[in-house]
Design a protein around this ligand. Structure first.
Ligand code: PEP
Ligand code: MG
Length: 578
């Protein structure tokens, strides 16, 4: 038996046999072929194509989501593309090289061509060309790995990392838990795992080297612990822990329809973060009072992005479904950093986290930005919607995005398109410069939403997805707490509500502190809503303010951490797991 410690990324405990999935880097041998064997090379290429065609068609029968189906259909089309086939054959003939080498050459040519193109649709095909091209190469080299969608029994997925598109294709009925070598709690794959409610531990270092296919595994997503080939005694202990957790979850269910109100009558709003429409059922059953963050970039994960019509339908569906619960805050597309969207990745940026991201991307791609704003405005008449801009760094940038919004509103009026004329517009505060000039932004916007995932990353200069420096990623860093306090104060001085939609808002350990700091709205993954509500309903605002006074007078992170953990543990016992 072996126990590995990682980062708890999605609550719950999952057990089962491991399914090992590693993205290996292949080196293609540069071998030249004698003239007489060229036909055999071509035949190897066609056999690989036929096999993959069969695999894709088999998977297609079983897929459950439209996004996944469209990806597979695009791959099938490319597999049959006559131009692609004849180019590979041409390279085999003229350069007398292996079929793997020829496919690689064609891939490189395609990608160069697409990079040089001005057409956004063409550019967006790059990721798919890579995906299918490398699948053919792997097949010819005898290095095929079974696709994740092909998993047909219950397993624990053990992988080095997962791309967003791979995570999106996971079937939560089959994947009992996930354990990853890489990633942090706020990396996108962790956020998606929470959305899919799959118990997950990330940042485990080298678990993929310590596990064999089919090993018995227990993943504890509450404690961030993974047991490999557990003994009977420890499996039993884990089972007991699991049962206690389930019983506690059942108790929390009774709070679903009760308000998030402290014992002395102070009420806050508890909202949910979503990535996909499929999560709405959980959002509603967990009593969310609205959507505080709809990460709209997930609509763009499929090949070809999302047209105005597709976006409109998606926003409308969410807004209508939430009509009886509360408003839907749609964040405009936030690509870049760890959010890699096929065809929208920065072109070889050295520092993507500080690069062409979010509104920076939107302001230079106004075609995509305006289409999205128009789709949101059109959907706004079907219930209550809000618009929120990510990664604003200062007043000029906010002015620029507001100008585009007012242009799109004018265009809608001109075209006779109805929309909610009083739609609220919010600013995410997730860049330290925005926090420092929060007073200047507050006068231009209807609400703030603090994005702590990025705010912590940029304030402490610590990559949120890098497990090697995860120990530096500290929500209770004095610098971070001072910024949060300042943002809330500046918002309130200008009479606008302040929300938080970073993962910190859903961490039960931080609830009392944030309450005392005056946060108006907490937005989190639906799984955490009832736990946070339970804490809010068990304390008074007075007590929360006392905690804030004490914490803000401390100068050391260790002391703050110890003080808050002890306070929460004395009050709530073992439920605080973060
Ligand atoms: C954040 O940065 O806190 C946030 C909510 O946005 P994302 O995690 O999508 O970057
Ligand atoms: Mg962010």
């Amino acid at each position: 038996m072996r126990i590995l410690k990682g980062i708890a990324a999605s609550a719950g405990i999952g057990t089962g046999k491991s399914f090992l999935y590693v993205h290996e880097k292949l080196v293609i041998p540069r071998i030249e072929i004698e003239g007489g064997l060229l036909e055999d090379e071509k035949q190897r290429f066609h056999t690989a194509r036929t096999n993959i065609d069969q695999e894709l068609n088999d998977t297609l029968i079983e897929v459950t989501t439209d996004e996944h189906r469209k990806i597979l259909e695009t791959h099938l089309m490319m597999l049959q593309d006559p131009e692609f086939i004849s180019l590979v054959e041409h390279h085999i003939d003229t350069h007398q090289i292996t079929s793997e080498w020829a496919v690689e050459k064609v891939l490189t040519e395609y990608v160069e061509l697409l990079d040089a193109s001005e057409d956004p649709i063409l550019k967006e095909r790059k990721a798919d060309i890579y995906d299918i091209g490398w699948r053919i190469i792997r097949s010819m080299m005898g290095k095929s790995r079974p696709g994740l969608s092909g998993i047909d029994e219950e397993v624990v997925l053990v992988a080095d990392t997962l791309l967003p598109s791979e995570a999106l294709a996971l079937d939560p009925k089959k994947i009992k838990a996930i354990a990853l070598d890489r990633g942090g709690r706020t990396s996108h794959v962790a956020i998606l795992a929470r959305a899919l409610q799959i118990p997950t531990v990330v940042g485990l270092g080298r678990i993929t080297e310590k596990v064999d296919m089919g090993d018995e595994i227990i993943v504890d997503g509450n404690l961030g612990e993974v047991s490999i080939r557990p003994s009977t005694a420890s499996a039993q202990k884990m089972r007991e822990r699991f049962e206690r957790w389930i019983a506690h979850e059942k108790e929390l269910q009774q709070l679903t329809d009760l308000p998030a109100q402290t014992k002395d009558g102070h009420t806050v709003s508890l909202n949910a973060n979503i990535e996909t429409i499929e999560e709405l059922e959980t959002v509603i059953t967990h009593g969310a009072q609205g959507i505080g963050l709809f990460r709209s970039e997930f609509l763009f994960l499929k090949p070809g992005g999302a047209s105005e019509e597709e976006q409109f339908e998606a926003y409308k569906a969410v807004i209508e479904k939430m009509k009886d619960s509360g408003p839907v805050t749609i964040r405009t597309i936030d690509v870049g950093g760890d959010k890699v969207i096929p065809g929208m990745e920065g072109l070889g940026e050295e520092n993507p986290i500080l690069g062409w991201r979010a509104v920076r991307f939107c302001l230079s791609r106004k075609d995509i930005f305006k289409t999205q704003l128009r789709a949101i405005l059109r959907a706004s008449v079907y219930g209550k919607a809000k618009i929120m801009f990510p990664m604003i760094s200062g007043p000029e940038e906010l002015d620029n995005v507001l100008l585009v919004l007012s242009q799109v509103k004018d265009e809608c009026r001109r075209d006779g398109i109805e929309f909610d004329e009083s739609i609220e517009v919010g600013t995410m505060i997730e860049v330290p410069s925005a926090a420092i000039v929060a007073d200047l932004l507050a006068v231009k916007t209807d609400f703030f939403s603090i994005g702590t995932n990025d705010l912590i990353q940029y304030t402490i200069a610590v990559d949120r997805g890098n497990d090697k420096i995860a120990y530096l990623y500290q929500p209770f860093h004095v610098g971070v707490l001072r910024l949060i306090k300042m943002i809330i104060e500046k918002g309130h001085e200008h009479s606008i509500p302040v929300a938080m939609c970073g993962e910190m808002a859903g961490d039960p350990l931080t609830t009392v502190l944030l309450l005392g700091l005056g946060l108006d709205e907490f937005s989190m993954s639906p799984q955490s809503l009832l736990e946070v509500k339970n804490i809010i309903r068990s304390v008074t605002l007075e007590e929360a303010k006392e905690m804030v006074d004490k914490v803000m007078s401390m100068t050391s992170l260790v002391n703050i951490n110890t003080y808050i953990r002890k306070w929460m543990h004395d009050r709530f016992g073992a439920i605080i797991s973060a």
